[in-house]
Write a new protein. Structure first.
Length: 432
């Protein structure tokens, strides 16, 4: 029976949250994941309150999230002189009804994977299975083409196909064959984690430097009560000339700290030693900050894009994973209204594609780090008192504008009804 089956390409954070959501509302689904095995890959990511809300509604609790990260308390930008440019409380402290979590991406991903297997069954995620393309059926539904790790190929028929296959999405490539290549603005990031003393609140996200040369760091574990050390995620970043274009660096190219530490050699203050932080990591990875130009639609009949496949974005707003989670929930809500139909996909597409494409462009323009551009433009990054450079109201207004665009305006989020009403099942609702 494949009548109302939903096929999901990609078992990342977006694909797995989609599977959990569809299972919650009573829609049958199957995930095809290209990787041969699930491993806890990646370093730190942030789950914004709008995403944590959805995770709670999926039955993932604060206790679960505490096992893979910790609630963030503060977001701060600091100039090269060590002086604050901007800081604000985050999560519950900021007045949201849900916390923001800073988590280990791989451990959070494994948590979702375990939940999918427990809820749907061991067959729910087919590993070593890459979706290479799709054929729309003339009547209804879609046929997904799959290439298996063994080299064999197969096909799967379903009502809908959701392309949650990441920034290099094969589904998107077929949907938008004329899309331009990956976009790279010249920023290179080196990422790692180091056991270090967390600073400020003990759960602070700190962005330090200028818009073309900075380090971002935040703890992704509670401090060990014995040692006082927490696992601190860091991203060291410089922007270079991008004339030669992006060199297929992939997500995880291992490099040595010696390759890049010279960019940060003098970055020491009495409260922070950046070279020591960088040198303290066991493993370090290099990746280019890349995204994709927005496309006019995420839908092609019975096929829709979700997560990075739909809106790969610069991590400047820390919202790539959060938006993938929200996408999954908005898609589930659309199916509650219209069933596993193309109409549900149109509803999802018309709600999200326009505004989230704008967010992609906003993040390209530095997202909330845009304040650093302002500081640079007005005083080349040199200041004694930030109030003389950007008035407090202007700083607050700038951040409020970003939050509204990212669906993080506090009142709006707190007042919004649940995306998926508790207990709602597709079979109990009349498709419109
Ligand atoms: C291995 C890995 C490590 C990452 N580490 C970080 C990190 O440290 N920090 C950070 O900010 N972001 C990281 N990201 C990106 C981040 O997870 C995403 O931006 C965000 O979570 C949105 O998730 P997504 O599910 O849309 O895409 P992704 O997380 O990219 O997941 C896509 C999934 O689809 C699979 N896939 C790809 N093509 C196909 C296909 N044709 N058929 C079937 N399956 C396919 C991939 O193997 C992957 O599991 C990482 C992504 C990956 C894949």
């Amino acid at each position: 029976m494949t009548d109302n089956l939903v096929i999901i390409a990609g078992g990342g954070i977006g694909g797995l949250t989609t599977a959990l959501t569809l299972n919650q509302i009573g829609v049958r689904c199957i995930v095809f994941e290209a990787a041969r095995d699930m491993r806890p890959l990646g370093v730190g990511i942030n789950l914004q309150p709008n995403a944590v809300r959805e995770l709670y509604d999926l039955g993932i609790t604060a206790k679960d999230l505490d096992r893979v990260g910790l609630p963030a308390q503060e977001w701060a930008l600091v100039g090269l002189n060590g002086n604050d440019i901007y800081s604000e409380p985050r999560g519950l402290l900021a007045g949201y009804d849900w916390p923001q979590y800073a988590v280990h991406r791989g451990r959070f991903h494994m948590l979702l994977y375990e939940r999918v297997i427990a809820a749907i069954g061991s067959d729910a995620v087919r590993l070593g299975s890459r979706i290479t393309g799709y054929r729309k059926n003339s009547e209804a539904g879609v046929c997904a083409c799959i290439e298996h790790a063994s080299g064999s190929t197969s096909q799967m028929h379903g009502a809908l196909l959701i392309g949650a296959d990441g920034i290099h999405s094969a589904v998107r490539a077929q949907m938008h064959p004329a899309q331009p290549p990956i976009h790279w603005g010249g920023a290179i990031m080196w990422r790692g984690t180091t056991w270090a003393k967390p600073i400020r609140t003990g759960a602070s996200f700190v962005g330090l430097g200028t818009h073309r040369h900075r380090i971002v760091f935040y703890p992704i574990s509670q401090a060990d009560p014995q040692t006082g050390l927490a696992l601190v995620n860091w991203i060291a970043e410089v922007t270079v000339d991008n004339a030669e274009g992006w060199k297929q660096l992939g997500w995880f190219r291992p490099v040595s700290v010696d390759d890049f530490v010279h960019h940060f050699e003098n970055w020491t203050w009495d409260w922070l030693d950046v070279p020591a932080l960088l040198r303290g990591a066991d493993r370090v990875f290099e990746n280019a900050m890349i995204d994709r130009d927005p496309v006019p639609t995420w839908q092609d009949g019975p096929v829709a894009l979700l997560g990075d496949a739909a809106h790969a974005m610069y991590p400047t707003g820390s919202n790539g994973a959060s938006q993938a989670i929200v996408d999954a929930r908005v898609l589930g809500a659309a199916m509650l209204r219209a069933g596993t139909t193309q109409r549900a996909l149109s509803d999802y597409d018309s709600k999200l594609c326009g505004p989230i494409s704008q967010l992609v462009l906003r993040n390209r323009n530095a997202g909330p780090f845009g304040l650093l551009n302002l500081v640079d433009a007005r005083c080349s990054g040199t200041f004694d008192n930030i109030d003389d450079v950007i008035a407090p109201e202007e700083r607050t207004q700038f951040m409020a504008g970003y939050k509204a665009a990212a669906g993080l305006a506090i009142d709006n989020l707190n007042k919004a009804p649940p995306t998926i009403p508790k207990g709602a099942q597709i079979s109990t609702l009349q498709p419109i």
